[in-house]
Design a protein around this ligand. Structure first.
Ligand SMILES: [Zn+2]
Length: 274
């Protein structure tokens, strides 16, 4: 499943394709949304933003489309009118004369008024999203220092969208590595300094992944590995899915472990010595 950085990049592509040009035509597959085909024609898309793993498409008439892709939904963009060649079922199409955006296979689509967005049942439960323009490092740090979460295991919290939204499985392992923490603890068992390191790592790596198109590894290490013709898979991450390979920082062997059905990856030398 895509994580915050990938979802924000989709939002940016949709904004770039749709922004500020009048909508010439629309299509909604679901009966309850059919009325919006007429209501939104002639309006424009102002921008598209991520909220956790959902997308919000803001229209010029104060309407907002909420869509969550779950495991199967997919947006595709094309030059106007050229429908992508796919067997997926089309759920939404927006055409502005220059570009077309198609949403396939998603079933979780709703139309909201702008004022209703923050009250939406999915959105109101979300923790701060690092990539949201209004989120600061302090907002993220507050979560790591909060009493509400202190008795929970770090590995569980980092996947909880109510804690910090947008973090998924690859960011989880990478954040714990970057903060150099032992992954087997509850939040309250980390020192103040480690909680700060974790917040900094969450902020830094989510932003880095967004800017680089998914790379969380240190830019200097990436550069050196590229010179040695390493593959994308080899230089992309510090530890994620690198079981039995050597740590880029210390040369120790990376280990994996299953927690709650999903794997974490860590360097025993960089992370377990405390
Ligand atoms: Zn290491």
């Amino acid at each position: 499943m895509p994580e915050g950085p990938e979802i924000w990049r989709t939002a940016d592509s949709l904004t770039n394709a749709l922004k500020d040009r009048p909508i010439e035509d629309l299509y909604f597959a679901f009966d309850e949304l059919k009325d919006y085909e007429a209501k939104l024609k002639g309006q424009s898309v102002k921008n598209v933003e991520a909220r956790g793993k959902a997308l919000l498409t803001f229209f010029s008439n104060n309407k907002v489309m909420y869509s969550h892709n779950q495991l199967y939904g997919k947006w595709m963009i094309s030059d106007s009118g050229k429908q992508p060649d796919t067997n997926r079922s089309l759920r939404v199409a927006i055409h502005n004369g220059k570009k077309s955006a198609y949403l396939y296979s998603a079933s979780d689509i709703e139309m909201l008024d702008r004022e209703e967005v923050d009250e939406h049942s999915y959105i109101q439960k979300l923790g701060p999203d690092v990539l949201h323009p209004e989120t600061t490092y302090e907002d993220v740090l507050k979560q790591f220092q909060s009493d509400e979460f202190k008795n929970r295991k770090l590995t569980t919290l980092l996947l909880d969208q109510g804690f910090v939204s947008g973090i998924g499985n690859y960011l989880r392992s990478e954040i714990m590595f970057y903060a150099k923490v032992n992954p087997h603890k509850k939040l309250r068992e980390y020192t103040d300094k480690q909680q700060e390191e974790l917040a900094r790592a969450a902020y830094k790596l989510t932003t880095r992944s967004y800017e680089t198109g998914g790379i969380t590894n240190d830019p200097k290490i990436v550069k050196a590995l590229k010179r040695e013709n390493a593959s994308y898979k080899d230089y992309r991450h510090f530890v994620y899915k690198r079981t039995d390979d050597r740590c880029h920082k210390c040369g120790s062997i990376i280990e994996e472990e299953k927690t709650g059905g999903r794997k974490i990856y860590f360097c025993p030398n960089c992370q377990l010595e405390d």
